[in-house]
Design a protein around this ligand. Structure first.
Ligand SMILES: [Zn+2]
Length: 156
């Protein structure tokens, strides 16, 4: 469960063309667009829980999420530097319960933006470079995990 990255288009630095293969008549081409599957062995703590708790709890939850993301982005071999990243996530919980999307989306969106900038994948997590699409919930007994799907374009 380390995730991975797949290139869907390459670009040639010599002629500037976007190509469906990694070779141009001018030589090897660089990744241009692709997708990465990033796996986290946790779900973020609900913003509702951390907002009203002691600040050390929020700090611990944020640190844990940031570290897991930093590691998972490397494990998935997300290329860098990127020009644009779009993200969507599926969170799997061991039990069925009413959950508010926003309370889980907010911490992940913030932490992912921070991790992409800290790891030098993106220059900035402003909306022109980073878009967070949405979160889906799944239930599977005994499992707690988050799968983030990144759709990216490299910097030319
Ligand atoms: Zn070329």
């Amino acid at each position: 469960m380390t995730g991975g990255s797949e290139t869907t288009a390459w670009w040639c630095e010599q002629c500037g063309e976007s190509l469906p293969t990694s070779k141009c008549e001018h030589g090897p081409a660089r990744p241009h667009t692709g997708v990465s599957r990033v796996h986290l062995p946790l779900v973020p703590q609900s913003f509702n829980q951390t907002r009203y708790g002691h600040w050390t709890r929020a700090w611990k939850a944020t640190t844990e999420l940031n570290e897991a993301l930093g590691y998972a982005l490397l494990a998935a071999r997300v290329p860098r530097p990127l020009a644009v990243v779009r993200a969507e996530a599926t969170m799997t919980f061991p039990t069925r319960r009413r959950r508010d999307e926003g309370n889980f989306r907010t911490p992940l969106e913030k932490a992912l933006g921070d991790a992409l900038v800290a790891g030098r994948f993106l220059a900035d997590d402003t909306p022109d470079q980073f878009r967070f699409g949405g979160v889906l919930f799944a239930v599977s007994p005994g499992e707690t995990r988050t799968e983030v799907l990144l759709t990216w374009e490299t910097k030319q």
